[in-house]
Design a binder for this molecule. Structure first.
Ligand SMILES: Nc1ncnc2c1ncn2[C@@H]1O[C@H](COP(=O)(O)OP(=O)(O)O)[C@@H](O)[C@H]1O
Ligand SMILES: [Mg+2]
Length: 219
């Protein structure tokens, strides 16, 4: 499902170059639930962004679901994302001027799937205890609720691959448990998941764990 080889990412900043990833190679098979662990600044978000086609690597190869991302234009990457993956960001990324319901419908509209999948969203909202918040705006809900909503949005189109960046970071136990349950459920039904986290409890659901340190994979 995912193959990366020799992935390196260097950010140029006014204070010099920052090497966020250094020669990272691994592959993830369809149906796996892989956790990427590592301290803050070790490159987890950069790695997920590259796999999700949001950031281009400085060098190295990325293949997701049979497609080489390196050769795609930005427009092609956008349509690739819509077809192949859901991304639950470290910060919820909900659109502030839309209600939760509107935020959650957005990926369906983009993919023309509104009629078939709306019920799915209602079910997920129920499972994640968000039903009573669907008419609220992002500014009116808690951090835990926003993170749960972001997860539903990422899963709305039933993507073959889910990328989740610290989905339970700084959350209360109830929210974290709900999120864990939904991730497990989707994985059991076949969704491949790559999860960045330093939540040791959440990491236990992984079939494999990768450790990143200063941008390199370590054992
Ligand atoms: N857009 C950027 N510009 C410059 N440096 C960045 C940028 N994004 C990330 N970095 C740097 O790359 C390194 C890895 O960051 P990140 O991938 O966010 O790590 P993590 O998610 O593990 O905390 C850090 O040193 C960070 O400061
Ligand atoms: Mg991060």
């Amino acid at each position: 499902m995912v193959e990366v080889e020799g992935l390196t990412k260097v950010f140029s900043t006014p204070r010099g170059n920052v090497v966020a990833l250094k020669d990272v190679s691994f592959s993830v098979k369809k149906g796996e639930l892989v956790v990427v662990c590592g301290p803050s600044g070790s490159g987890k978000t950069t790695l997920l962004s590259i796999i999700g086609g949001l950031t281009r690597p400085t060098s190295g190869m990325v293949m997701v679901n049979g497609t080489y991302l390196n050769s795609l234009t930005f427009a092609e990457l956008a349509s690739f994302r819509l077809q192949n993956l859901g991304f639950a960001f470290q910060f919820s990324g909900l659109i502030p001027s839309l209600t939760l319901r509107e935020n959650l419908i957005l990926p369906l509209l983009l993919k023309n799937k509104k009629t078939t999948n709306m019920r799915r969203i209602e079910e997920l909202a129920k499972e994640l205890k968000l039903t009573s918040r669907l008419n609220s705006y992002p500014s009116e809900i808690s951090g835990g609720e926003a993170r749960r909503a972001a997860l539903i949005r990422a899963l709305a189109n039933s993507p073959p691959l889910l990328l989740a960046d610290e989905p339970t970071g700084d959350l209360d136990e109830e929210s974290a448990n709900l999120i864990e349950k939904v991730l497990k459920g989707f994985n059991q039904k076949g969704t491949t998941i790559i999860l960045a986290t330093h939540d040791k409890k959440l990491a236990q659901i992984a079939s494999r764990i990768f450790y990143l340190k200063n941008g390199s994979l370590v054992n």
